[in-house]
Write a protein that binds this ligand. Sequence first.
Ligand code: ING
Length: 331
Amino acid sequence: MARIITVAAAQLGPIQQAEPRAVAVERMLRLMERAHRRGAELVVFPELALTTFFPRHYHDDIGEADRWFETAMPSNETAPLFDAARRYGIGFHLGYAEIAEEPDATGKLRRRRFNTAVLVSPEGEIVLKYRKVHLPGHAEYLPERKVQHLEKRYFEVGNLGFPVVRAPVGGLPGVNMGMMICNDRRWPEAWRVLGLQKVELVMLGYNTPSTNQEAGGFEAHHLRVFHSHLSIQAGCYQNACFAVATAKAGTEDGHELFGHSIIVNPQGEIVAQATSWDDELITADCDLAMCTLGRTTIFAFEKHRRPEAYRRITEQVGAVDPPEWRPQAAE
Ligand code: ING
């Protein structure tokens, strides 16, 4: 029986360094209003949606970057988004830089910084929180790079795993929802951990440069978007789920991020795609019953998976050299 929700990717254009949060929030409110008019029941905003993609900027003292972080959610600047959720009866996903004063693994209370996303209910409550696990880039200034990518400097690895929660969306009493952030989408392990919790809708925001910033070798420009879509389409197909993937796009202080936000179904088909690199709303009606086919046939995990053959995936970090084959010595 059909279980249809209307979802929206609320793509944002560029946010310049000098732009205050209030401007970004105002632009997001306009997109929420448009989403309401379109009958959307859930809106997905990008990664780090409140500020410019600041990990491209080096600060010797990481405390100087704290101005890019939120110490409370909601805060005065973000409260209007929570008010709009209540006003329109719309849930939303928001990516932001989080500062939390909390104990670390040793039990020591300290200031911790994460690349975070939250799912907020139409009543304005935080239903789910996720902290980015796969942090790309580097921690120290690398002079050979065209542009720095210092997520490993400013953020800790997320400590919440990849949680899935079942919560109401629109007229449906329960939808299994999970999140990932940007680089996470390139790692099949992230999708599979969500898939093993019967996720039906993955929400993910991204800020992805439109050209390769590493000096590691040539990558044809058209492959940047191809790799992003390939990762998301594969993740959805192989875990029989929907995904809403929302970009922050355009040129931020001279650095270009690609758009191409998409909504993907459990067959891996792109059902909606943004065509601008600016603020743009794309929507789709998603029948969650579409998840059933994949998870009861090809990807019926309980029937077909063989974890005893996958141990390398959790026991190894890097790849190891294989044994060298030698021709049989002549008899
Ligand atoms: N951005 C990029 C991403 O994974 C990147 C970084 C781009 C890594 C291309 C590898 C290749 O989409 C973030 N913020 O993770």
